[in-house]
Design a protein around this ligand. Sequence first.
Ligand SMILES: [Zn+2]
Length: 60
Amino acid sequence: MIRFLIIAVIIGALLYVFKGFFFNSDYKKCGKCEGKGYWIALRGEKNKCDACQGSGKILR
Ligand SMILES: [Zn+2]
């Protein structure tokens, strides 16, 4: 029974790691604003990036 619990904990830890890995891989740095979430317009004003909605990262 203890062995089963250890295996369950290991599997849970692996799932947690893989979940984090896949979650991170769902997003990439926004190329339009270079991850800042905004871009500077010609007159020096900050414009919220419309490609990533200001988050700086976009779904693949
Ligand atoms: Zn952006």
